[in-house]
Design a protein around this ligand. Structure first.
Ligand SMILES: C[S@@+](CC[C@H](N)C(=O)[O-])C[C@H]1O[C@@H](n2cnc3c(N)ncnc32)[C@H](O)[C@@H]1O
Length: 236
């Protein structure tokens, strides 16, 4: 009887945990740390996005990981909220700038996210990240810094699968991984959110998709969407 009740509670908790993700949220489009002068910071995400997820899905002292750290948004918010940031960034200038402003600068590595296993990171409680985008019609593969030996969208997607397999290995069991992405309308339509979902779900268990609407966003151009997507995965 006691066993049956425990199993019932476990199932109920699991169900509630799965229901804990909203399908739609609104967040202000705010940047609290300015990117360095002259930087092309159009792929920086708003700090409000990181703050929302850290507030709702982490606690103080948790290890928060961003394998595509960019200008360090995840790490700044994590430090502000008394979490410990870890991250990897391939671009030297972005890495230098972000690490130079962080208390936990030694937790940030300059390199390739595919090499996460070599950096001796601790097991992570939570990950939030925004991978570099590629259009399906492009040849320049951002995951290899445009190396012509690795051209093409299919090579990019296959590499994304390799990188997320490496990410999954550093996550604690049941840890949540949030991946922010947009579908892109170029010459052709690139269903990046769907394609990320397919590659990442090879190593992490999909939980939900949250649509975010930015409030207070000034300009809307082809890169500057009013809505974005957050795919939610769990390390099983
Ligand atoms: C969309 S940006 C992330 C922006 C970040 N969320 C922010 O707010 O600043 C993606 C970043 O991934 C980096 N990147 C590209 N390939 C990488 C790789 N193989 N390993 C690690 N970082 C990589 C790019 O240099 C870029 O800064």
């Amino acid at each position: 009887m006691r066993l049956a009740r425990a199993r019932f509670i476990h199932v109920l908790k699991g169900t509630l945990a799965n229901m804990n993700y909203p399908t739609y949220i609104e967040l202000p489009f705010t940047a609290e740390h300015n990117a360095p002068m002259g930087a092309d910071n159009c792929d920086q995400y708003p700090e409000s996005l990181v703050r929302y997820f850290l507030e709702n899905y982490t606690k103080e002292d948790d290890c928060v990981f961003d394998p595509f750290l960019g200008f360090g948004t995840t790490a700044f918010v994590a430090e502000d909220m008394a979490r410990t940031p870890y991250g990897v960034e391939a671009d030297g200038e972005r890495f230098e700038w972000a690490a130079g402003q962080l208390e936990n600068w030694q937790n940030i590595k300059h390199g390739d996210a595919a090499d996460i296993g070599a950096y001796d990171f601790p097991a992570m409680d939570f990950c939030i990240t925004s991978p570099p985008y590629m259009l399906c019609e492009d040849t320049w593969n951002p995951l290899y810094g445009g190396d012509p030996d690795y051209e093409g969208y299919n090579v990019y997607l296959a590499r994304m699968a390799v990188i997320f397999k490496a990410i999954a290995k550093v996550m604690k069991k049941d840890a949540v991984v949030i991946v922010q992405a947009d579908n892109i309308q170029g010459q052709h339509y690139t269903p990046l959110v769907h394609d990320f979902y397919q590659q990442i779900s090879k190593s992490l268990t999909p939980q939900a998709e949250i649509i975010v609407r930015w409030t207070g966003k000034k300009s809307i151009d082809h890169r500057d969407y009013e809505l974005t997507h957050c795919l939610v995965f769990k390390k099983s």
